[in-house]
Design a protein around this ligand. Structure first.
Ligand SMILES: Cc1cc2nc3c(=O)[nH]c(=O)nc-3n(C[C@H](O)[C@H](O)[C@H](O)COP(=O)(O)O)c2cc1C
Length: 171
């Protein structure tokens, strides 16, 4: 399958079965995270694999967007490791790096025949507190992964693309 075919086949999975994600598939997804590009290759990402009932229960208290997944990846960055742009104060790469890492994992999950959903609808600071993360670690997104339920379909927003003419500018 070409990359574009894989990208078009992916959609946000919002209903998972309780079938566990195999360790080999999880290992591939984490490998995709490892090889993602980050600013200056500083690799400030931290990926928390949440599979314990206690951990998933905590997430379900924090957000309604776990969708029955029994494996959730939380992508965070370390503010002592990310790139600081020397040309403008306060511009740094942590969230960008984390988003690229998360995208790699989302696409590798698709490649492994798994569904996933990018979740931003959660409280990052409160989540860090609930999981007792060190103060330099900032959660950016959650990625529930697993097998889509039989009646899980793409939502209406999927496939609603803006026209190239609106989005692309030739300079
Ligand atoms: C930054 C970001 C945050 C998102 N947050 C959520 C979320 O909290 N809950 C959810 O169900 N989907 C969330 N999504 C998924 C988008 O709604 C979805 O990708 C978009 O509507 C396109 O649909 P598709 O993924 O099925 O192609 C998020 C996506 C992105 C990129």
């Amino acid at each position: 399958m070409s990359f574009l075919e894989l990208a078009k086949a992916r959609f946000s999975t919002r209903k998972f079965t309780n079938q566990a994600v195999e360790d080999e598939k999880l290992a591939k997804i984490l490998e995709a995270a490892k090889v993602a590009p980050t600013a200056k290759n500083l690799q400030p990402q931290k990926i928390y694999v949440i599979q314990s009932k206690e951990g998933v229960d905590k997430l379900n208290e924090l957000t309604r967007c776990i969708y029955g997944a029994t494996t959730v990846l939380m992508v965070a960055y370390d503010d002592q490791m990310d790139w600081q742009n020397p040309l403008e104060e306060g511009v740094h790469s942590g969230e960008i790096d984390a988003a690229i890492v998360a995208t790699h994992m989302m696409m590798e999950a698709q490649e492994q025949g798994l569904g996933s959903c990018w979740v931003g609808w959660f409280p990052p600071a409160e989540t860090a507190k609930v999981f007792a993360l060190p103060p330099n670690i900032h959660p950016v997104m959650l990625l529930p992964i697993g097998y889509p339920a039989e009646d899980c379909h793409p939502a209406k927003l999927h496939n609603q693309y803006r026209e190239d003419a609106e989005m692309v500018r030739m300079l």
